[in-house]
Design a binder for this molecule. Structure first.
Ligand SMILES: Cc1ncc(COP(=O)(O)O)c(C=O)c1O
Length: 357
């Protein structure tokens, strides 16, 4: 018996189709497709009609090319292996004026998307003037040169409803797009919206060719006011009760007094799942499900946890950490950690990975 990480293909596929809703999506598949597995995710997204993928790693971008030979692939981080980009027809972000001037010649024939920095401040051109400068310089350049195929930004506040920042970044971005199009520039691809922006807007922005969606495709709600039926979690994480121990009031259990029993005859289930498998310490402040009933986690160790149980629990019972009831997004909204943080913490080298259906 080992703890299991299991995805229901049918639910995953239904969710992708529901989120996509017939609209053009660039699926974000970075970090091994949010830990769902690149090959699995590309196969599922392709089946649902998605033809465009983005990641942050060149290695993954090249792997996507072999999994989906005709896909459009966008690399969201700047790299300097331009030959690899040309060889595999991978589009890449152009992250700054400095990067442009430094690599202007070397970028010849590389497809780039101009990135606008906006409020996240992680990457991108800082102003409309900077974008205009590179476009003008590029136009005036008669030497072999990069191919400007796209324009994009990334929002930092689309899942925030109580502050004006999303409205500010959204307005700034839409003005940039309008102004460049008014000036006569054209772009094969324009994309900005992550899951939260795409879902809260209910559509793709005008002039945009794709929404660049991650977490919702993986079955997690980007914000809490979204109803649970709109996005379905296909992932289950389950472990096993190895044995049930009885301890007395005042006895310390786990390393360094991790838990002290409050009552005599406290029953502690020893479960084969721990932080080494990717259970966040913050998640361990909440319950697990055993035989349909919730029980509190009392101590978290590398490969084990103690769960306080009653007489109904016995060795070999299944312990559920995440499923359609114990949703990762609900724990996000309780402050356990970001959706993607909980997903990517799960250690697929120690958990047994299964795709069912
Ligand atoms: C640049 C970029 N675009 C899009 C996304 C997708 O965001 P989400 O998973 O919230 O849909 C991410 C994810 O962090 C990202 O870094």
């Amino acid at each position: 018996m080992t703890a299991i990480w299991r995805v229901d293909r049918k639910i995953f596929q239904q969710n992708v189709r529901q989120v996509r809703n017939g609209q053009p999506i660039m699926a974000v598949v970075k970090n091994n497709a949010y830990n769902y597995g690149l090959a699995f995710a590309i196969e599922q997204f392709w089946e649902a009609g998605i033809r465009c993928f983005s990641t942050t790693s060149l290695k993954e971008a090249v792997e996507i090319r072999s999994l989906a030979p005709t896909a459009t692939i966008f690399l969201m981080n700047p790299i300097r292996d331009f030959d690899v980009l040309r060889e595999h027809d991978i589009h890449m972000t152009l992250p700054s004026l400095a990067f442009y001037y430094e690599h202007k010649q070397a970028l010849a024939d590389v497809k780039v998307h101009l990135e606008y920095e906006n409020l996240l401040h992680r990457s991108g051109f800082k102003t409309l003037a900077e974008l205009q400068e590179v476009l003008a310089d590029h136009e005036a350049n008669d030497a072999p040169k990069m191919l400007i195929t796209g324009l994009w930004t990334h929002f930092g506040y689309a899942d925030e409803f109580d502050v004006p920042d999303y409205e500010i970044e959204r307005t700034a971005w839409l003005e940039i797009v309008e102004k460049l199009l008014d000036q006569g520039y054209t772009f094969e691809m324009i994309h900005a919206q992550n899951s939260a922006s795409f879902i809260r807007e209910g559509h793709i922005f005008p002039h945009h060719t794709h929404a660049r969606v991650g977490i919702a495709l993986y079955g997690l709600r980007p914000y809490s006011s979204l109803s649970r039926d709109q996005i379905s979690q296909a992932l289950t994480v389950q472990a096993n009760v190895l044995q049930v121990r009885t301890v007395q009031a005042g006895q310390h259990c786990g390393y360094s007094f991790a838990y002290t029993a409050e009552q005599d005859n406290t029953r502690l289930a020893v479960v084969d799942l721990g932080y080494g498998d990717g259970v966040l310490r913050t998640r361990a402040q909440h319950d697990v499900l055993i035989n349909g009933k919730r029980y509190p986690i009392r101590a978290l160790m590398m490969s084990h946890m103690f769960v306080e149980v009653d007489d109904h629990v016995k060795a070999q019972d299944v312990v559920t950490l995440y499923n359609e009831d114990l949703r990762i997004d609900d724990y996000t909204f309780k402050g356990v950690g970001a959706n993607s943080e909980q997903l990517s913490a799960l250690n697929l080298d120690s958990l047994t990975k299964e795709y069912t259906n």
